[in-house]
Write a protein that binds this ligand. Structure first.
Ligand SMILES: [Cu+2]
Length: 666
């Protein structure tokens, strides 16, 4: 099967340059920076004398233009693409985050590529920049080479430190005294007995290094005592797991006429959907200007959508194990963690890939080839009705456009999907897979805070919280968010049989009353409506956010980890759009004690009615680990839907044609 998939990709997979524009073609204002733009931005900063030779570049990404400079009304099918090098087009700017390790300082710069100048340069007071890719690698090398770490490894019978995997983790607010003033990480260690073993099968218990990543020095090493390495190998590769099953017959996805979508540069058109893609080091894939073409005009739905944080708290309270939590967007960057899909067989059928370019520590651009995957999927039944009297049947199949990227965050994979449907719906889904994080148990030791997934191997219970930032623009820039619950009507004169129930809709008028949680037993959903637009029936044009499975954090409200991730204490937040309000746990969560981002901004309790609103949805995956999650976890899925509700006059999916082999009637 694997070989078959690969063949499909080679034959049909046609890689876009990601840049997709000829030399003469100016970029669209929302196109991510390409390699030469990244290089130039860094050059301009260097020439202006702003950075030292030790500077480490955290990110060099597009400084997105003001909304007023972006035309959201994309042209209809066949018309020329707007915004390309038009005279009033905004200049290209780079947003650069730099760590100066010698100064223990983090700087932000805006660099104009149009005028080759530094537009702004500022020290971010108190910020500890995220851990860069180079620092991550250097921290691993340094820890392996440290004499105290080596002595600790030897006490555990490990004499080949090269086969030790070192994972630097954000230390949060678990620092005191002098350490609290430094930019530090702490490490988890794992061991591959054979070079092709799964390292998470042999967690090296109780041995941790605290590393100053500015000075690149091991600050201290803690050894809590030896717990034997668990006996297993955790192998999962095909050549390690014994005979593979051979009873699945080929299932091919064939699209003889190619895909139904079109990719031009970073613009995507599929069915009536029109959108643009972006990408940056911190958030990975970004959707821009998502609109739906309806009777010849493109109606806006979302101005911008991205995963703005990904937070994982763990349940195990033991020393150091209680430190385990991660802010993958803010402490590292999920764009940086994005996999090249060249390595795998992750999508089926007619695939288009987009390459992206990011900056390394020295500011040099490097590509992630095939970082974004676009393909279509048959999605079963869209709608059907049998007229029993006429003995006729009308059936339509559902098709969806899938835009995805996959990150590897140490042990874990997150495959992130945006689905666009032919009935005007949008779905967000994340598939969680990879290897669960482990620690060792002494023989006979048990724990309430995880599941023993292999002998002496504990996979701690944990949660994953994604904050999805949805800068909504339903049928225009000004929207109101309503909470809709369903209530049972008390029996009485208006409800003599007691069967009555009805939706109750109330506007969320200010930020503090818009901090909400799901309530499945009330059928709760949230409507993002344009109060100035109605359909033919008089309904406000709206999209509704329909939660799927969800959960809240179980850490104590006062716990340091909760304080750093207050966004995860609510499922819904609504804020008035502010260009600099981008990240729910603040701009620099690394070593931040908490309170930044959503909890800080919303203290002002700003009005949010009939204004340009940003909806923040917290999506929680609750992971009570299972034996079956080991040694590699079958994907767990979680997500939510955005569905039109009063946006159209009737089902927008009536004109979907029946599948060719499918004859309506009889
Ligand atoms: Cu999990």
């Amino acid at each position: 099967m694997a070989a078959g998939h690969r063949r499909t990709e080679e034959e049909h997979g046609d890689r876009e340059t990601g840049d997709g524009r000829g030399p003469a073609q100016a970029p669209h204002p929302l196109d991510p920076l390409n390699g030469s733009e990244i290089r130039r931005a860094v050059q301009i900063l260097r020439q202006a004398g702003r950075v030292t030779s030790q500077a480490r570049f955290v990110s060099v990404s597009l400084n997105e233009p003001a909304k007023s400079q972006v035309s959201f009304i994309a042209p209809a099918q066949g018309a020329a693409t707007a915004d390309r090098a038009s005279p009033g087009a905004p200049g290209r700017e780079a947003f650069v985050v730099v760590v100066e390790p010698g100064q223990h300082a983090t700087y932000e710069a805006v660099v104009s590529l149009t005028t080759s100048s530094v537009v702004s340069w500022r020290l971010v007071p108190g910020a500890r920049g995220p851990v860069t890719l180079g620092e991550y690698a250097e921290c691993e090398r340094l820890t392996r080479a440290d004499p105290q770490v080596r002595a600790g490894l030897e006490r555990r019978g490990i004499t080949n430190p090269d086969q030790v995997l070192v994972e630097p983790w954000g230390i949060g607010s678990f620092t005191a005294g002098e350490e609290a003033r430094r930019r530090v990480v702490w490490t988890l260690l794992f061991y591959r007995e054979r070079p092709d073993d799964n390292p998470y099968a042999k967690p090296i218990h109780g041995l941790h290094a605290i590393v100053d990543v500015d000075d690149m020095a091991v600050v201290r090493v803690e050894d809590l005592g030896v717990v034997p390495l668990p006996p297993g190998s955790g192998a999962y590769a095909a050549d390690r797991v014994g005979p593979l099953r051979d009873d699945l017959k080929p299932l091919e996805v064939v699209q003889p006429d190619g895909p139904s979508f079109e990719v031009r540069g970073w613009e995507v058109r599929w069915q009536r959907w029109r959108l643009r893609l972006g990408f940056n080091a911190r958030e990975g894939l970004v959707l821009h200007t998502v609109g739906y073409e309806d009777q010849g005009r493109v109606r806006p739905v979302i101005y911008r959508a991205s995963v703005a944080e990904l937070f994982i708290p763990y349940a195990d309270p033991r020393p150091f194990q209680g430190w385990r939590n991660a802010f993958d967007v803010g402490e590292y960057g999920i764009g940086i963690m994005t996999d090249s899909l060249e390595l795998g067989c992750d999508c089926l059928g007619e695939i288009r890939y987009l390459d992206v370019e990011l900056a390394d520590d020295s500011g040099e651009p490097y590509p992630i080839r095939q970082a974004i995957c676009l393909h279509e999927e048959d999605f079963g039944l869209l709608w059907k009705h049998v007229d029993a009297t006429l003995q006729t049947s009308e059936t339509r199949r559902s098709r969806r456009l899938v835009i995805s990227f996959i990150i590897t965050a140490g042990n874990y994979e997150y495959a992130i999907y945006w689905y666009f449907y032919t009935d005007g719906s949008i779905e967000f889904e994340v598939k969680l897979t990879g290897v669960v994080l482990t620690s060792a148990l002494a023989p006979g030791e048990t724990s309430d805070f995880g599941t023993e997934v292999a002998p002496q191997t504990l996979a701690a219970h944990h949660q994953h919280f994604l904050s999805i930032r949805l800068d909504m623009a339903v049928d225009g820039p000004r929207n109101t968010v309503y909470e809709v619950d369903t209530e049972a009507v008390p029996p009485g004169p208006g409800n003599p049989l007691g069967n009555a129930f009805r939706p109750v809709k109330r506007p969320l008028r200010r930020e503090l009353e818009a901090q909400r949680v799901i309530d499945p037993l009330r059928g709760r959903y949230w409507l993002v409506a344009n109060p100035d637009r109605t359909n033919r029936l008089g309904h406000q044009a709206a999209y509704k956010l329909v939660p799927g499975g969800n959960v809240l954090a179980f850490s104590h409200p006062d716990a340091p980890v909760t304080q750093r991730a207050l966004f995860a204490t609510r499922h819904l937040w609504v804020t008035p759009y502010q260009p600099d309000e981008r990240f729910p746990a603040g701009d620099y969560p690394n070593q931040h004690p908490g309170g930044a981002g959503l909890p800080e901004w919303t203290k002002a309790d700003r009005p949010i009615e009939n204004t340009d609103v940003v909806v923040w949805y917290t999506l929680g995956s609750h992971h009570i680990t299972r034996a079956e999650d080991w040694p590699v976890m079958p994907a767990e899925r979680i997500g939510f839907m955005l569905k039109p509700a009063g946006f159209f006059d009737r089902s927008p999916a009536l004109d979907v044609a029946p599948a060719p082999h499918c004859h309506g009637g009889t």
